[in-house]
Ligand binder design. Structure first.
Ligand code: ATP
Ligand code: MG
Length: 591
């Protein structure tokens, strides 16, 4: 059955294809503002792994460029030697490709350090930058606050030659870390705090993963970002709302630099801000994600409970579903949070169409068919039953599933005493076995503790076609696995990593809201054809949900046949988003 919600919606991002950024790009193209060019960039800092929030920025940057026949570069914003590493660079490149995007070029802000240095000297020589000997605390205090003017640094009026000499000494490693900074000389009274003589360079006697020990001064984000855009010929520099106040500074730097010499047609690059993507019940702060990984709250950056792209991939989220989700939520100018159920709804829609079906039992209970035929030696016969691989996709064909006198069924599908509205198996009750026969429970074996250890049934050979010739109905169809043919599996089931909607809202620390039992492993069984599922492929275990075969198996040259295959539950079958929508509508109607 198609996903009710997703089947019925149209995608505003794509169907209407309009938002304020696309309107802006269209207007700029029409007016010839950037010489008719459109160029964007996705600028991650290589200090962590990409997460679902980045996916929104990526989709926007790349599709806005592609829609106008423009270009989008990947630029590593690698100006902070302390936290960056090649491990993250490689992971970001890989994740971007997995998400389905291919940058025209890959650049590094650190490659622009020489140009930035020259430009810094230029600003110094024009009296637009100065070396400040105050420490970080004094600089911060001198900035003032909102509605409270700043005070000029005692070093603000240093003569140009002295500034140049000190700056060169800083670059040559002659000054201690933290002893001086280079600041732009703008306006300590400016109402925008970003404009109160922002820091351009800090002294860091640190090794840079690409530049080695060449530099001991490192540019700040603001001093590097717009200049990187100008060097590359970016037209539309799209970033998230927290940079709104930095835009004035972005413009100020570019106005005071000879960017016309860079050889790109049209105007200087322009920054436009859009809202971050946040999901409830999770966090997309790289700092918090790193704590989760490093403190062992999760099993690495690809732990399927994380919102990182590699975790979503390991969990079986199709990249197209993530792109569709990003298109659907669109871009706006105000921050908002989305329920993860909405993203899951896109994942389910895609997997419903593509995932092959198999039968697996996660909490096995033995079912014995007492009237099942045996051969001359008394061994139960084996019959191969035909099962449809994907009811949504005829071309996926059918497969043969072995059926015999001893089966595994789910513990949940049997009750000694059936509660009201429980229509599955119970003493005296008849149900249909999927792709099998009708079976009627005649007895149940219990252990000393009263736990059911075996369900005994008779089957009706006349119901081979899934219907009874006499027209009698059953109210439930359950899944099963032939015990003699069962393949051992392990299924990892995941709950939300955080059990509050806004992790950290209560105490300020998101880790206080960690869900104590967000991961459960079931040791179960599956039909033989589960071995067709390739590592990384998603299967629908009938009635249970979508599960992704773990990739680690791919690393084993000879996967031992007895070791259980590991599956991660991608999403359940029920569309929780549709329920949320319904609840919201009902609440709306009551108001
Ligand atoms: P953090 O502050 O956690 O380190 P960041 O936003 O600084 O994250 P970057 O690697 O600098 O991470 O981000 C690269 C790009 O992705 C930036 O343009 C940023 O605006 C965008 N981005 C990051 N997080 C989100 C998000 N949640 N939603 C949309 N865009 C995002
Ligand atoms: Mg950043």
């Amino acid at each position: 059955m198609p996903d009710r919600f997703a089947a019925g919606h149209s995608n505003p991002g794509e169907a209407n294809g309009r938002d304020f950024i696309r309107d802006l790009v269209a207007a700029d193209t029409a007016s010839g503002r950037f010489g008719g060019r459109v160029q964007t960039r996705f600028p991650p800092e290589p200090n962590g792994y990409l997460h679902v929030g980045h996916a929104k920025a990526i989709c926007l940057d790349f599709t806005v460029a592609a829609e106008s026949g423009g270009r989008c570069f990947l630029r590593f914003d690698d100006t902070n030697p302390a936290t960056e590493s090649p491990e993250y660079v490689e992971a970001i490149i890989e994740d971007l490709r997995w998400l389905g995007f291919d940058p025209q070029e890959t650049r590094f802000a650190s490659d622009y350090f020489d140009q930035l240095y020259d430009w810094a000297e230029l600003l110094i020589s024009q009296g637009l930058a100065y070396v400040d000997d105050q420490d970080a605390e004094a600089i911060s205090a001198g900035r003032g606050g909102f509605g409270q003017p700043g005070t000029n640094s005692p070093f603000r009026d240093r003569p140009v030659p002295e500034n140049l000499r000190l700056f060169r000494e800083m670059a040559a490693g002659q000054h201690a870390e933290g002893s001086r900074v280079l600041r732009a000389r703008i306006d300590m009274q400016h109402e925008n705090m970003q404009m109160r003589d922002p820091v351009m360079y800090r002294i860091r006697h640190q090794h840079h993963y690409r530049q080695g020990d060449r530099w001991c001064i490192y540019p700040t984000y603001d001093w590097a970002h717009g200049q990187g855009d100008a060097i590359e010929g970016v037209t539309h520099s799209l970033c998230t709302l927290e940079f709104r106040d930095n835009r004035a500074l972005y413009d100020w730097y570019l106005e005071h630099l000879p960017t016309d010499d860079l050889g790109h047609a049209g105007d200087r690059p322009h920054q436009t801000e859009f809202a971050r993507l946040e999901l409830t019940h999770t966090i997309t702060s790289k700092r918090v994600l790193r704590r989760l990984v490093e403190d062992g709250h999760v099993d690495g950056w690809d732990d399927p409970r994380l919102p990182t792209l590699r975790a979503l991939r390991r969990r079986g989220y199709p990249p197209s579903a993530i792109r569709d989700f990003c298109g659907f939520i669109g871009v706006a100018r105000t921050n908002s949070r989305h329920a993860p159920e909405l993203l899951e709804s896109f994942v389910r829609t895609e997997l419903n169409a593509t995932a092959p079906r198999r039968m697996a039992v996660l909490r096995p209970l033995k079912l014995v068919i007492t009237n099942w035929p045996t051969d001359d030696d008394g061994n139960p016969l084996v019959e191969y039953r035909e099962a449809v691989n994907n009811p949504e996709d005829q071309s996926a064909g059918t497969r043969q599933v072995p059926f015999s006198g001893e089966l595994w069924i789910e513990q949940d599908d049997f009750r000694l005493e059936a509660p009201p509205k429980y229509f599955r198996l119970a003493p005296g009750r008849e149900v249909r076995l999927r792709a099998g026969y009708f079976v009627r429970c005649i007895d149940a074996v219990t252990d000393a503790g009263g736990e059911v250890t075996e369900v005994r049934c008779t089957y009706d050979p006349e119901t081979s076609g899934g219907q009874a010739p006499d027209g009698r109905k059953v109210k439930a169809t359950i899944h099963w696995v032939s015990a003699a043919h069962a393949v051992p599996i392990e299924a990892s089931l995941y709950e939300r990593l955080f059990d509050t909607e806004l992790p950290g809202e209560r105490t300020g620390d998101p880790l206080d809201d960690l869900h104590p039992n967000s991961h459960e492993i079931c040791t179960g069984v599956a039909e033989p054809a589960v071995t067709d599922i390739a590592p990384g492929q998603v299967v629908q275990f009938e009635r249970l949900g979508y599960f992704c075969a773990d990739n680690a198996a791919a690393g084993n040259a000879e996967p031992s046949s007895s070791a259980p295959r590991l599956f991660h539950r991608t999403v359940g079958l029920r569309d929780e988003w549709a329920n949320i929508q319904k609840r919201r509508q009902q609440q709306g109607a009551q108001r």
